[in-house]
Design a protein around this ligand. Structure first.
Ligand code: PHE
Length: 345
């Protein structure tokens, strides 16, 4: 008797289905509740003769396990469906989209360009592949000037006989001064950001390419005092109103007189620390009055016009502002580094 009832239930297990919660509960009540079919089998079991108890007891336990597992499996299916349909919680705040950041060099370039834009400088650009004239000759570099040398300059085309026929990757943005003077008459007031190339081994402190910003102002009666005042304004806008500047005599073929500009160290405020090697000053740019020969080379009458020019490295300024120790970080595109420059709102 019991054996047959067990077999009957076993036959039903595979057929048990429920496509809603009520049907599932009905199944549970029918088989697994206190008065359900399995419980009633256990009642019957009490009457089984002792010699059959062992075998039937085992079968009874098996059928109970099977039915329980089947009902649980059906419930799991339901659970999954139920969970899924609950998943859209329209009140939940959206997961923020991961946005990229501006490259630190772009951030600083924009900051610098904006400062000069406030003084009336307009943006100018020129090509990275340049002829010798715009990079060197028009800027008063002698034919044997060492900057023309292989050690500094990348050549795209090199003429052994006549250096003025060379095509190079520009080694400074001063070439854009010449390009602008080719096409515009004074007054000229431009700021030119761009990438430049120099044949240097790549280390933490040097790279074969970097970025400069060039400034040029040509008009009647432009003096060194104008240059100094504009650079002071620039330094104070960029590094803070306490910043002081100093100009040291220097040499560039295309400016006369020429100077290098230092600003008070942004770490110690000028007192002297290890960063500024105890001098209180750090160098940030080169500048000078445009050499009359450069004006004449571009067809500008140097007896009527004068001007100043300056050039600075964007990497250098970025290092000073953000204390980046290794130049290579700027071109490695490591998002962990780039993410440090996320603007804070
Ligand atoms: N071109 C110079 C350099 O690359 C910088 C500079 C620009 C100096 C303009 C004076 C005037 O070092």
């Amino acid at each position: 008797m019991l054996q047959e009832k067990i077999d009957a239930i076993l036959a039903q297990v595979a057929e048990m289905t429920a496509d809603n919660a009520e049907a599932l509960e009905a199944l549970r009540i029918r088989y697994l509740s206190k008065k359900g079919e399995i419980a009633s089998l256990f009642n019957d079991f009490k009457l089984v003769p002792p010699e059959q108890k062992r075998e039937l007891g085992q079968r009874l336990n098996e059928v109970k396990t099977l039915v329980t597992e089947r009902i649980n499996a059906l419930r799991d299916q339901f659970g999954a469906v139920a969970k899924q349909s609950n998943r859209v919680d329209i009140t939940r705040p959206a997961v923020p989209q991961a946005l990229g950041t501006r490259h630190p060099l772009s951030v600083v370039r924009k900051e610098i360009v904006d400062i000069f834009a406030r003084l009336g400088f307009t943006l100018a650009e020129g090509p990275e592949v340049e002829d010798d004239w715009h990079v060197f000759s028009a800027l008063n570099f002698a034919a044997d000037h060492p900057a023309r040398d292989m050690q500094d300059t990348f050549f795209v085309e090199q003429d052994e006989q006549d250096v003025t026929r060379n095509i190079v990757l520009r080694s400074h943005t001063s070439s854009v001064q010449v390009r602008t003077m080719d096409h515009h008459k004074p007054p000229i007031r431009i700021i030119c950001p761009g990438r430049v190339y120099r044949n240097e081994a790549i280390t933490a402190r040097a790279h074969c390419f970097f970025h400069q910003i060039e400034g040029l102002y040509i008009d009647k009666g432009v003096t060194f005092a104008d240059l100094r005042q504009v650079l002071l304004y620039f330094a104070q806008q960029l590094f803070g109103s306490d910043t002081k500047i100093r100009l040291r005599p220097s040499y560039f073929p295309f400016t006369e007189p020429s100077a290098e500009m230092d600003v008070t160290c942004m770490l110690c405020g000028g007192k002297g620390c290890s960063f500024c090697k105890n001098t209180g000053w750090v160098e940030i740019l080169g500048c000078g009055m445009v050499d009359p020969a450069v004006l004449e080379a571009s067809g500008i009458d140097s007896s009527v016009y004068s001007g100043y020019a300056f050039g600075l490295g964007i990497e250098r300024i970025t290092n000073l502002k953000y204390m980046v120790k290794d130049l290579r970080m700027f071109s490695e595109n490591d998002v962990r580094f780039l993410d440090e420059f996320r603007p804070v709102h």
